[in-house]
Design a protein around this ligand. Structure first.
Ligand code: HEM
Length: 388
């Protein structure tokens, strides 16, 4: 069946309804005819116009206190920006409130794994995605990674919060702001003398990064044998499908099921990953921060290296230039799965090696550091690239 007729059948099939629109396309990944050449047709002209007319600092000032999902926009925004946000803040019609509530409870109960996987693991994966490493390195935030991570984790924490998509939550706000930031990056990076890779952050690029978040985290939790009910797993996928939509990823590219997500991840990640000088430098900064931000002396850089390598595997760790740690490496490989089994009530305490608690504590401190830092900062539209 051709793509068009498949779409017609699905869209007209009442029972499938709007949710059937997810994952409708079978895109030509990796080719110029596919999502690699599609960007964000709604947000891109908005951020370009904001930048060209010099109003970004004023817009950032006005949006600083726009923080709640249900909050009216402040007065004084340019009309075209106001119209864009009013449309972009609406949840897709296929969003399912009950599933979002289940996902919120799941995120809370599995918070420690998810924060570790999305924060440390996802961070180390993204530096092994050349186009992303270059984009981050040569944009403004690349020069101040502490601030950049604090800002990025605002969205991560928002997705994981109990009130993520409730009226008093802030996930919609963070996602819509991020969409405007990405659109600004598409406009700005092409003006950088260092930038030689065409328009950044295509639909394909966004999906690649998306898979380093929920798809990777779910696979790891399965690998660690974390018991997850079918309802929780569906809900966790759903909250990330909604988040993908809110970030400007087109519905037809968003995987509809875990099977589709895993297949898409296997298809798009390998050709989009590899080593870069910029990625190695960013990884080194991130791991240095992880070691520093835990209480002095409690977590050494070797432990951080070993933890990162354990989370992302040898191939990615080698691309990222993460050192092999002969002592901590094997220790973590046995201690961490034991800690997970203990947490899940599957083994008694004496079977958990001491090393596991050091990692557990490090993860907590790291998360707390960015939770605290995040409170003092907000996602803002940049006006410049990385300063020379
Ligand atoms: C900014 C999340 C995909 C490059 C941001 C921000 C968030 C975010 C929350 C705002 C934080 C800040 O301003 O520093 C995400 C998520 C993605 C995604 C959840 C996919 C699901 C991508 C991709 C690229 C990219 C694919 C590049 C190929 C950037 C850059 C910035 C940014 C360069 C601005 C950095 C700066 O100068 O401050 N992203 N992003 N992002 N993102 Fe993404």
């Amino acid at each position: 069946m051709s793509e068009m007729s498949r779409r017609k059948v699905l869209l007209s099939g009442g029972a499938l309804g709007a949710a059937g629109a997810l994952g409708l396309a079978t895109p030509a990944w990796g080719t110029d005819e596919g999502p690699r050449s599609v960007y964000d047709t709604e947000a891109d002209p908005v951020s370009a116009q904001l930048l060209d007319s010099g109003v970004v600092p004023e817009v950032n000032r006005l949006l600083w206190d726009w923080t709640r999902n249900d909050q009216p926009l402040p007065a004084g925004l340019p009309g075209y920006l106001h119209d864009f946000i009013e449309k972009a803040r609406r949840l897709p019609e296929w969003a399912d409130r009950a599933k979002l509530e289940t996902a919120a409870r799941f995120n809370k109960s599995r918070g420690i794994y998810l924060n570790l996987l999305n924060g440390v693991g996802g961070g180390m994966l993204s530096t092994a995605i050349p186009k992303e490493a270059w984009a981050v390195y040569y944009s403004k935030g690349g020069a101040d990674m502490e601030d950049r991570v604090a800002k990025t984790s605002l969205l991560g924490f928002a997705v994981g919060a109990l009130n993520a998509y409730r009226p008093d939550g802030d996930c919609i706000v963070q996602a819509v702001k991020t969409r405007l930031v990405h659109a600004a990056i598409r406009h700005l990076l092409q003006q950088s003398p260092h930038w030689k890779w065409g328009i950044p952050i295509s639909q394909e690029d966004m999906l690649v990064t998306w898979h380093t978040l929920p798809t990777y985290a779910m696979r790891k939790m399965r690998e660690w044998k974390v018991p997850i009910s079918a309802a929780d797993s569906q809900a966790y996928l759903h909250v990330w499908q909604v988040t993908a939509h809110m970030l400007g990823i087109r519905d037809e590219y968003i995987p509809a099921t875990w099977a589709a997500a895993n297949a898409q991840s296997d298809q798009v990640l390998p050709p989009n990953m590899g080593p870069t000088r910029e990625g190695v430098e960013l990884t080194d900064i991130l791991l240095g921060q992880l070691a520093e931000q835990t209480s002095p002396g409690s977590v050494s850089r070797p432990l951080c290296n070993a933890l990162a390598r354990y989370l992302v595997g040898d191939q990615v760790a080698d691309w990222d230039g993460i050192k092999r740690e002969p002592i901590w490496g094997p220790l973590i490989a046995t201690a961490w799965p034991a800690l997970v089994r203990f947490r899940e009530g599957l083994i008694p305490l004496p079977l958990v090696p001491e090393a596991a608690w050091v990692i557990d504590e490090a993860a907590r401190q790291y998360i707390l550091f960015y939770l605290t830092k995040g409170k003092a900062t907000k996602i803002e539209i940049p006006t410049i690239n990385r300063p020379e």
